[in-house]
Design a protein around this ligand. Structure first.
Ligand code: ATR
Length: 281
């Protein structure tokens, strides 16, 4: 007698994170823990996609039974192009970090922005509504979080960038979504902001965006989207000025939780996973 073909439900659901480089991605550990905590059965692997071969790598993964994927640097824009359908938040971000493969479609989503906002509101207890928020940077990382930040109804969202023209372009693009303004670093003045978010790549080089240190004071909450075993230079400077500070590890866990919910329909607990990840840095 021939073996029955295995039913779809008996096949382990397969997910992966695509990037280049990818060896240091913490996403497999985070999703494995989410699966454990929610009783879901799945696999989650790392895929090093060639710099010129992202779309092919995704097609291969789909052909091999992949159900969904996260996408990290440098492929978030390419993932947007590869998607056959975009969620509203991915279309607004112009970048995709979460893909779902369903019925021949590649659905592109973006959970980075909601990940940041959830970490600020729920984990750090920071008020955003009615506040003056400064977003430093105008690259992909900044672009992805603008709409969710505006949706928290801040008094104002100022985008400042080393190359001011990129900030101006972003402010134009999101002008209809809320009180957004663009500025050059040296035109920010010296009045402290309630919340300052560093979305530049400066921390990677151990640098701090060249803005006046008066922009942070004891009332400021300073958030760096980067994270590491020790505080970034941006966090150290803001802390010296009396600001409360936080790195981007919570954003990483929250964007993953949102992706997990998109794929599995279940919300994983994030506090325990964030604490474990912090201890492992
Ligand atoms: P990402 O997708 O991670 O945002 P990106 O598109 O290369 O990466 O953008 C990097 C951002 O960090 C930009 O806003 C960049 O400023 P410029 O547009 O002026 O290049 C910013 N950036 C990088 N290094 C910086 C530094 N040392 N000081 C301030 N801003 C920096």
């Amino acid at each position: 007698m021939m073996n029955e073909p295995s039913s779809p439900s008996s096949v382990m659901a397969r997910y992966a994170v695509f990037g280049n480089p990818i060896a240091h991605s913490r996403s497999p550990a985070i999703h494995a823990r989410f699966a454990e905590l929610t009783g879901q059965t799945l696999t989650y692997e790392r895929v090093l996609a060639p710099l010129d071969g992202f779309a092919v790598a995704i097609d291969d993964f789909i052909a091999a039974g992949g159900r969904g994927a996260n996408v990290t640097l440098p492929f978030k824009i390419e993932a947007c192009v590869a998607s056959t359908r975009l969620t509203a938040r991915a279309a607004a971000a112009g970048a995709v970090n979460t893909l779902s493969f369903e019925d021949g479609e590649i659905i592109g989503d973006n959970t980075d922005g909601i990940g940041l906002v959830t970490d600020l509101l729920a984990n750090a207890g920071v008020e955003l509504r009615g506040r003056r928020i400064l977003l430093l940077g105008a690259g992909g990382a900044a672009q992805g979080v603008i709409l969710p930040l505006l949706q928290t109804a801040p008094a104002t969202l100022v985008i400042a960038n080393r190359s001011a023209s990129k900030a101006v372009a972003l402010a134009h693009r999101f002008a209809a979504n809320g009180p957004i303004h663009a500025c050059a670093f040296d035109a920010l003045g010296t009045t402290a902001f309630d919340v300052v978010i560093n979305a530049t790549a400066a921390s990677l080089a151990g640098e701090v965006p060249a803005v006046a240190s008066e922009l942070y004071d004891e009332e400021t909450f300073a958030y760096d989207m980067m994270y590491g075993a020790t505080p970034t230079a941006f966090m150290r400077l803001a802390a010296q000025r009396g600001a409360r500070v936080r790195d981007g590890l919570g954003m990483l866990v929250e964007q993953a939780a949102e992706a997990f919910q998109v794929w599995r329909g279940v919300r994983p607990p994030t506090d325990v996973v964030l604490a474990e990840l912090r201890a492992s840095l």
